[in-house]
Unconditional design. Structure first.
Lengths: 110, 110
DNA sequence: TTCGGTCATCGTCCATCGGCGATAGACGAT
DNA sequence: ATCGTCTATCGCCGATGGACGATGACCGAA
């Protein structure tokens, strides 16, 4: 979903709707939510730790991590042969604020 | 995404992660966000009104509305030949709360 | 150097999404 | 009865998502 939005994108849809949608898309997969929770429970994780926790193939987990990083919700730092992934709590709070704002505008509106 | 989650579903992922993900999935499309905003600006809309507003085919809009209804974010009531769609503000607030809770648990976690 | 562990990426496969047009049902008005 | 309007649904299609295994790079330890 991240970079799709073919026809739709060009026409309707305010830019901020697209922005919110894109960030929510990163959150709208159970495995990624689970990864976020797991990451946030420690300071940082390498990919392997997440793999052990989740029971998904390493390549799959790596993909999910990549998506989270690209969405800006997780920070990434290569560390020797390991990779260190770390939740970006500020970004996460930001998403939360976006959703709250959207919902508020819907609830107050009219 | 709503009812997919093939392999993943069966294995990892706490049930509430799945639940949150499913509801967010309904929100993670710009057209649907736009629809929500539009609905919330009036008391209720028929499908046609949304179509005029969005510049998407009627069938497409109908699909998006259906997804929102199935996610429980929008209420639906047939009204003569029209259909009345109405934002469920409580459900929306609920989603917002879920996200906030998730983010909080991630930020306090550690 | 070689081996073992970690990781990102690639290619493949299948299911789903999201767009559309066409169609059929329901209803109101003529 | 017929016509026009509004919907929902169907079928089709291209694109994407998400899963996997295989591969190759990298690094530390033996």
């Amino acid at each position: 979903m991240t970079e799709s939005l073919r026809q739709t994108d060009a026409r309707c849809c305010a830019p901020d709707s697209r922005a919110v949608a894109a960030r929510l898309a990163a959150l709208s997969h159970p495995a990624r939510i689970e990864i976020l929770k797991h990451l946030s429970a420690r300071n940082s994780c390498c990919c392997r730790e997440v793999v052990d926790h989740l029971d998904l193939a390493q390549s799959t987990v790596s993909q999910h991590l990549k998506i989270l990083v690209e969405a800006g919700l997780v920070r990434f730092a290569p560390d020797r042969q390991r990779s260190r992934y770390e939740v970006d709590r500020a970004a996460l709070a930001d998403v939360s604020a976006s959703v709250t704002a959207l919902v508020n505008s819907c609830c107050s509106g009219r």
